[in-house]
Design a protein around this ligand. Structure first.
Ligand SMILES: Nc1ncnc2c1ncn2[C@@H]1O[C@H](COP(=O)(O)OP(=O)(O)OP(=O)(O)O)[C@@H](O)[C@H]1O
Ligand SMILES: [Mg+2]
Length: 380
């Protein structure tokens, strides 16, 4: 649930700290018509008290004050978990030297502005800092939500494994294993695989999200990479009697890609095609050389890859959300092979990191095509 503080009509609360009353009056007067609510503090100590009790959205902190100066006040604000993340703008007339500015930033100041205060500039900075704070808060919340979902998703398979161990631990040493025991091992194995996939996907996603993806790009013959992907999945496709067609020509120029990560894209897309296609359906992979705009590149050659299946498809209204983590279509919830909704977001991060783009088109009940682009290796 979003807090009141993110609503459009909400007036941000600004705590202004200055030991000179005239300065406070002046700012209060200048900000009268602006969309901010003002709180005043005449000393560092008063600032700490009000900041703790009222948690303002932003603090405008004078540096030169008797007893506790702005630096010490800032240090104490940052040391208290209640006030540590409130954005602080340092206000200075005398401390314009680089050392003071550096000292303020080191202590956790977000901005510096100099006196006399330019009101329009102050309002813009306040707005910017508050927007950044909201974005950070939302990101923190998303991280927490991911963690909660991960733990929730791990619980299912873990409960499955626990019940298998419970049943097997009563076996006497030397007792012969019966058919049902082997079935239990198989079910525990499936649960373990689910947990491993989930943890790997989650780690990949957070790794790819947090830093720029580390790519080892090199010229790669695409038909070989596709063969590698097909080899990994051939057996399960055969079992479900889904025809698997490899239509990537050997004459296609080499792609300039990170082979391992692009293999992960193929496997994720094939795994989806497998899950969402009924017994007796068909899946095909094709690729062709194209020219035009591809992700960041304009008027360049690139390789366009299509993975097409004859499965259940995706309703138009649900297409846009699928490349975001944990998003699944309503119809996908009903199939037995449960996933976590991370596969496509990982594909998107990998494809885009290599300068390409990924999209999907679907005719529900007939066919679905995931399409992505890859850069072409330069010919010598
Ligand atoms: N080929 C497809 N046909 C129909 N729906 C699809 C297809 N591929 C993906 N989807 C839909 O997109 C959702 C997200 O796919 P994604 O690969 O991100 O997650 P997942 O397959 O559910 O789980 P995971 O890949 O993490 O195991 C799927 O749950 C499904 O609803
Ligand atoms: Mg998937």
């Amino acid at each position: 649930m979003k807090s009141n503080r993110t609503k459009k009509s909400y007036k941000p609360v600004l705590l202004v700290v200055d030991d000179i009353e005239d300065n406070l009056d002046l700012l209060e007067f200048a900000l009268k018509q602006k969309p901010v609510k003002l709180l005043r503090a005449k000393s560092g100590i008063e600032c700490l008290r009000i900041a703790k009790d009222k948690t303002p959205d932003i603090i405008l902190l004078d540096i030169q004050m008797p007893e506790m100066d702005g630096f010490e006040t800032l240090q104490k604000l940052r040391d208290n978990p209640i006030t540590s993340s409130i954005p602080v703008i340092m206000l200075t007339a005398h401390y314009k030297d680089p050392e003071s500015i550096e000292k303020g930033f080191k202590l956790g100041a977000d901005e510096y502005i100099t006196k006399p205060v330019e009101i329009e500039e102050l309002v813009v900075r306040i707005r910017m800092l508050i927007r950044m704070k909201h974005m950070k808060d939302e990101l923190d919340q998303t991280k927490l939500d991911y963690m909660a979902m991960l733990i929730h998703d791990l619980r299912g398979p873990l409960v499955g494994i626990t019940s298998v161990v419970e049943l097997l631990k009563d076996l006497k040493p030397g007792a012969a294993l019966r058919q049902e025991h082997f079935e239990m091992f198989r079910s525990a194995d499936i649960s373990l695989q689910q947990m491993l996939t989930l943890v790997n996907n989650f780690l990949d996603l957070s790794k790819y999200n947090s830093d720029a993806i580390c790519l080892h790009q090199e010229p790669v013959p695409l038909h070989m990479l596709v063969e590698q992907a097909l080899q990994k999945l051939e057996f399960q496709f055969k079992q479900k009697q889904i025809e698997l067609e490899h239509r990537v020509g050997r004459d296609l120029p080499e792609a300039y890609i990170d082979a391992q990560k692009t293999l992960q894209v193929f496997i994720n897309l094939l795994d989806n095609a497998f899950k969402f296609t009924e017994r007796g359906g068909a899946v095909s992979i094709s690729a062709e050389l194209r020219n035009g705009t591809n992700g960041r590149q304009k008027n360049e050659s690139y390789i366009g890859v299509s993975v097409t299946d004859t499965g259940m498809g995706i309703d138009t209204g649900e297409i846009n959300k699928l490349f975001s983590p944990y998003q699944q279509t309503a119809s996908a919830q009903s199939i037995s092979e449960k996933g976590t909704g991370l596969g496509l977001s990982i594909c998107k991060l990998i494809v885009e990191a290599q300068g390409g783009s990924i999209s999907v088109s679907s005719d529900p009940g007939k066919q679905t095509t995931f399409y992505f682009t890859l850069p072409v290796a330069k010919q010598n």
